[in-house]
Design a protein around this ligand. Structure first.
Ligand SMILES: N[C@@H](CCC(=O)N[C@@H](CS)C(=O)NCC(=O)O)C(=O)O
Length: 204
């Protein structure tokens, strides 16, 4: 049985969404940041980075949210990895692009706006980070004008992983309404059964 460490309201969220999509049985284990459980010797044996998410599945222990999602798809629902060589390439492309290129500036602004008290915020950092976002959104908007989903006609991990990054913008009231294809895609994804089950975890 899969054990996923972390809260749905964190980088682990995309793994909970994936677990619900692939319908895998799992245990969810909260890691207490207040008591620094994520830096405890016990947890560092699971993830030496001292971060969530981490996953244990019998003798397999993994860190990095997107690596966990690739593992889950490979084990439980291979179609999520794409069915043709081209689709598989796109699944890697969009997932790696989202985590390596798009997430850093978005998280930079998110941390400042959500966790740093207003009088201590680095406004220059927020401005510099958010200035990078429109170019990424245009790339997605254009791609979603060509096909319903990022890798083609079917929902894949490319959509789940990329949407999980772009959706962080909703937490900082970033206006996405002028990106029609992107907004429509996010709506379609939010209507999926797997997404709804994951969203219900956020209410707990
Ligand atoms: N690239 C990692 C990022 C993980 C990450 O930064 N997790 C945060 C919570 S969202 C964390 O555990 N932070 C604790 C720390 O940095 O000490 C992933 O996607 O799994």
């Amino acid at each position: 049985m899969i054990t996923l460490y972390g809260s749905a309201r964190s980088s682990a969220g995309r793994c909970f969404w994936c677990l619900e999509e692939v319908k895998a049985p799992y245990n969810a284990v909260e890691v207490n940041f207040r008591t620094k459980e994520h830096k405890s010797d016990l947890f560092l044996k699971i993830n030496p980075n001292g971060k969530i998410p981490a996953m244990v599945d019998d003798d397999v222990t993994l860190f990095e949210s997107m690596a966990i999602n690739f593992y889950l798809a490979e084990k439980y629902k291979k179609d999520l990895l794409g069915t043709t060589l081209q689709e598989k390439g796109y699944v890697y492309q969009w997932s790696i692009w989202a985590i390596a290129e798009v997430q850093p500036p978005i998280i930079g602004a998110f941390i400042q706006k959500v966790f740093v008290p207003e009088d201590k915020r680095d406004l220059g950092l927020i401005e510099k980070s958010l200035a990078q976002v429109p170019a990424f959104l245009k790339i997605l908007e254009d791609r979603l004008g060509e096909s319903k989903y990022l890798a083609g006609n079917e929902f894949t991990l490319a959509d789940l992983n990329t949407a999980s990054v772009v959706s962080i913008l909703n937490h900082i009231q970033y206006d996405l309404s002028s990106y029609k294809n992107l907004s429509n895609w996010l709506t379609v994804l939010s209507e999926r059964e797997g997404f709804r089950k994951y969203a219900a975890l956020l209410q707990k």
